[in-house]
Design a protein around this ligand. Structure first.
Ligand code: GTP
Ligand code: MG
Length: 246
């Protein structure tokens, strides 16, 4: 027993000196502490993949049936650790892994850029109706633009991801915009981060004007698309009559 105890003490001593000699062990410990955070971020990445796939499936089906794509592109982003930290701090929540899941809706972000406003509503509806999707929140800034002129449709969704040992419900923020609305939002975003602009108010007014133009433009383009589709339909009908539909 006595010798067993000594061996134990010796091992402990060795471990301590190893730790002193090998500061490289530290990152290992740190990584272990960060494990729940790293895992959670992986879960959010999986949720992004799920939602992106759902949208791509709707796109594939629509383009097969209608010969055009309902969206132009999808952008995804995982909120950075620094932005997560800042947002929790700003909102006065404890900076913990539990807080992230409980209070933040936009760690997983998906942005869908469509050509036309009606595609936005069609896609958003189809996605919302899927039986493993729950819509926690819907903000229609296209119907009701923000005072600065911001337009987009925002959904906060909850959707499952299937891991080896569990099924986990994750929240994902999905923003739908037209190309024109996206163009507007990226310029406005730049303005937000320029603080002391001399003519800031005038720029803001101009941006609001542009937002109105963009609305008119989006619906005019949609109208033109409908006309093209209708006349294309007539031409196709004529062609079908000529060839007997072959
Ligand atoms: P956070 O702003 O994310 O704290 O939440 P919220 O409750 O205000 O959500 P909201 O749906 O209004 O905005 C969510 C996201 O939409 C933002 O993080 C931006 O990406 C985008 N967004 C909202 N308003 C604006 C805006 O005025 N301009 C631009 N460029 N983007 C905006
Ligand atoms: Mg946000």
């Amino acid at each position: 027993m006595e010798s067993g105890k000594r061996t134990e003490e010796k091992r402990e001593e060795e471990n301590q000196s190893k730790a002193a000699m090998m500061p490289d062990d530290k990152p290992g410990e740190l990584l272990e502490e960060a494990r729940p955070f790293i895992d959670l971020m992986m879960h959010y990445r999986c949720a992004i993949m799920e939602v992106e796939t759902k949208l791509k499936i709707l796109d594939a089906e629509f383009s097969q049936e209608h010969n055009r794509n309902p969206f132009e592109s999808i952008k995804t982003r995982l909120k950075s650790p620094m932005s997560i930290f800042q947002k929790l701090r700003k909102k006065g929540y404890p900076v913990t892994v539990e807080s992230i899941e409980k209070y933040l809706n936009d760690v997983a972000g998906v942005r869908v850029i469509c050509s036309f406003p009606d595609d936005i509503y069609r896609l958003a509806d189809l996605l919302s109706r899927q039986d493993d999707i729950e819509v926690l929140n819907r903000k229609d800034y296209i119907e009701n633009p923000k005072p600065n002129g911001y337009r987009s449709l925002h959904l906060i969704l909850r959707t499952p991801i299937y891991l080896s040992r569990e099924k986990k419900l994750m929240r994902v923020e999905v923003q739908f915009r037209t190309i024109a609305m996206d163009f507007w939002a990226s310029l406005e975003h730049k303005l937000k981060y320029k603080q002391d602009l001399e003519d800031g108010e005038d720029i803001a007014r101009q941006l609001r004007n542009c937002s109105d133009f963009i609305e008119a433009l989006d619906y005019q383009m949609q109208g033109i698309r409908d006309r093209i589709d209708r006349s294309g339909g007539k031409a196709q009908q004529g062609e079908n009559q000529r060839t007997g539909g072959l």
